[in-house]
Design a protein around this ligand. Sequence first.
Ligand SMILES: Cc1cc2nc3c(=O)[nH]c(=O)nc-3n(C[C@H](O)[C@H](O)[C@H](O)COP(=O)(O)OP(=O)(O)OC[C@H]3O[C@@H](n4cnc5c(N)ncnc54)[C@H](O)[C@@H]3O)c2cc1C
Length: 307
Amino acid sequence: MRDVVVIGGGLSGLAAAYELEKRGVPYTLIEVKSRLGGSIESVESNGFIFDSAPMCHAVDDPAFFEAYLAELGLKDAVFINNDGLLVFHRGTQVLIDALKAKITAPIMFRMAVSTLGMLDAERFAICMENGLLLDAKALIVAAPARYAERMFYTLVPEIAFRLLDYRYDNIVRVSLGYSHTNTLPLEYGHDTPIVDLRVARRMPKDSLTVQAALRIEEAEQPFDVVGELAALMGWGLNPAADHIARWNESDPIMWRQSDHVENMHRIQALLPMGVALIGSDYIPTNKPPHIDERIRQGLQAAQALVI
Ligand SMILES: Cc1cc2nc3c(=O)[nH]c(=O)nc-3n(C[C@H](O)[C@H](O)[C@H](O)COP(=O)(O)OP(=O)(O)OC[C@H]3O[C@@H](n4cnc5c(N)ncnc54)[C@H](O)[C@@H]3O)c2cc1C
C-alpha cells in the first residue's frame, strides 16, 4: 500500500510532493498529461520566452516566497515589473522544473484518475480511467474542480455536488515579442475582447514581451489574433515572435461569486480524514489566487497528512 497519492502535477501538487519528499514520506504522483506544470508552461520562440498562461504574478507573502525560491535555487530567477508583479526571467516554467528536479518518487504520467473510494476503514481506492486500481493511506487531490468533481462522486457525494457548477471561461493568451522597448499604448477599451494585458522586459535583452488575454467563445473560429490585436492596440504589426495558447474551460470565475468562500469552507469541512483538496480553484477568497498561496496550500496539505 502506498502512503500518499498526489493527484495532479500542477504547481499545487508539486509543492505538496516536494514537501512530502523533504519529510521522507513515500508517495506517488499521478499526472494525466505527459508533462508536469498544469497551466504553467513556458515556451521559447525566436529567442523570446513566452508564458502560455500566467506571466506576471502577484505575491501574498513576499518573505515566504523569496525564501521558497532561494531554497529551490531560484533567488535570481525573478524580477519585479513596472506593475509591481513578479516575473520569471526565463518563464514561470523554471519554478516547475526546479520542483520536478527535487522529486525522486515515482510519477505516473498519462494516467487519469476517475474515481476515489474507500477499500476499508484505513485505505483509499484510487481508480484510473484505464481500469488500474491503487490504494493509499492518504490522498492529496490537486486537480481542478472540473475534474475533481467526478473523483469525489463516490467518496463524498456532497463535495461532487458542490463542485458540479464550478464554472470557467475560455481564454486565449496571445504573446507578442518586440525587439525594441518603445512604450506601447496599454490603454484598452471595454469593447475589446481583451481582459488582461501585461508587459515585461525580459528575454532577449532590450526587448519587450506583451501578453494579452482574450475571452473567446469555444466555438469561435481562430482568427488572425496577432494581426487583429496588434492593429487594435496600434502596435507594430510585425512582432519578432508570437505565441498563442488556447485554454478552453480553464480560467476559473467562481471566486467572484459571493458564496464561493462559504462553499470552499464547507467542502474542506466535508473532506474525510487523510484527504486534502488543494489547488487554485479551492482557495477560499474572493480575489484571484496568488502564486505563493498555491505553494503554501500544497505545503500545508502535506504537513497536515504527516502529523
Ligand atoms: C489562461 C490562464 C491564465 C492565467 N493567468 C494567470 C496570471 O496571470 N497570474 C496568476 O497568478 N495565475 C494565472 N493563472 C492561474 C494559474 O496558472 C493557476 O492558478 C495555477 O497554475 C494552478 O495550479 P494548480 O496546481 O492548482 O492547477 P493546474 O495547473 O490546473 O494543475 C492541475 C494538474 O492536474 C492534472 N489533472 C487533472 N485531472 C487529472 C486526473 N483526472 N488525473 C490526474 N491528473 C489530473 C492536470 O493535468 C494538471 O497538470 C492562469 C491560468 C490560466 C489557465
